[in-house]
Design a protein around this ligand. Sequence first.
Ligand SMILES: [Zn+2]
Length: 462
Amino acid sequence: MTTKKKEPTLTFCGGAGVVTGACYLLETAHAKILVDCGMFQGSRFAEDLNSEPFLFDPKVIDALLVTHAHIDHTGRIAKLYHDGFRGVIYGTPPTLDFAKELLIDSEHVIATEAKHSGKEPFYTIKDVEGAFTLAKPTEYGKVVNISEDLFFRMQDAGHILGSSIIEIFITTPEGKQIKTVFTGDLGNSPAPLLGDTYEEKEADYIVIESAYGDRMHGQERERKDVFEDVIEETIAAGGVLMIPSFATERSQEILYELNELVENNRIPKVPVFIDSPLAIKITEIYKRHSSYYDDEAKRLLRSGDEIFNFPGLRFTPTVEESKHINDVPAPKIIMAGSGMSQGGRITYHERLYLSDPKNTLLIIGFQVRGSLGRRILDGEPMVRIHGSDVPVRARIVQISGYSAHADQQQLYNWLAPMRMKVKKVFIVQGEEEVAQTFGRVVMDQLAMQTVVPKLGEKFVLE
Ligand SMILES: [Zn+2]
């Protein structure tokens, strides 16, 4: 009797044709593993997908490899557990710590939304706790065996603290080794606090993100200089500077730069509020994992500078403290979540301050289509926040240099050294047109074969 040999396959169970919901299934003769298990975000339609069953049976998955803690890469981990997954969850120590905190934080939003729509929430706190009993911290560069035909290694992606590029090595039934590299999200190196993005030399297959695959960040001037100007101009006008920020995307880097600007007297001392309980917790996790900082930050730490502490800085974890920010006269700086102004405390500040031209809204992160942040950025003259129509008269400034994502040129440069050997480049985690545009650039200029996979599409790796 002959048994059919099982060729390795890769299935796109999320992150295909969209920025969010990253989830990739690799199957070999001896292992079934996932890379990332992210939440779909941005629109009602996208968010409804989170409650749908997975495109695979979670019970038979041996391991989940997590590239980094952002919710679009981790948001369905608790659901995976809820639906029967009992394998091992691998990630760097900061990734696992952040991910648990972010999932706990999102839980009440999900519970509230579920209540409104009369559906079951797609995970509960119990699922988060259960899931993280399966977690196994993994350092960069360490080889981890999953099965006799599959092992992996994580490398620094330079995107957020602890973020990884994951290299997966599979042995085919014919005894050939195939290397597949998942970029997760690639960083915008060099970035304050973070190590630089690891440069891969070769791979057979690459699964690359493309959030900024059609754009350049435009860093003609140092982003810190632009940041300094925006602060100075807003202070001079006697205004409020609002910075919507993801708790893990750039909040700590911005704090770190503010620390430097204030301590070197480059900007006037004004009150700076970190109005996000989550960002405060995440900052604590940063402090615990200082061994993952870049050399300069480590040097500053050693010299005795508390890099997340400077005159004027106030953390406002409670709602009561948050409300009192309002009583403090301008000029002042407020950082709050969410990063795309989809709910969170920033929306209370936006409702109060967006209508005044003295004020500035500084956008530093990616704004997904349909989000309030994206609509403001695209120039909507009037937005509805908590039931009020708010005219947008404040100055809207975007510093894309602060994006945690590589831009088109950086993605291209990262791919280029591997052009000779690569069989296929799968382009994911970008809006459909953006992924297509980036695919054409790579195909035309690097002569690499590119594919923009569809949700559920499966490929044989050979
Ligand atoms: Zn990310």
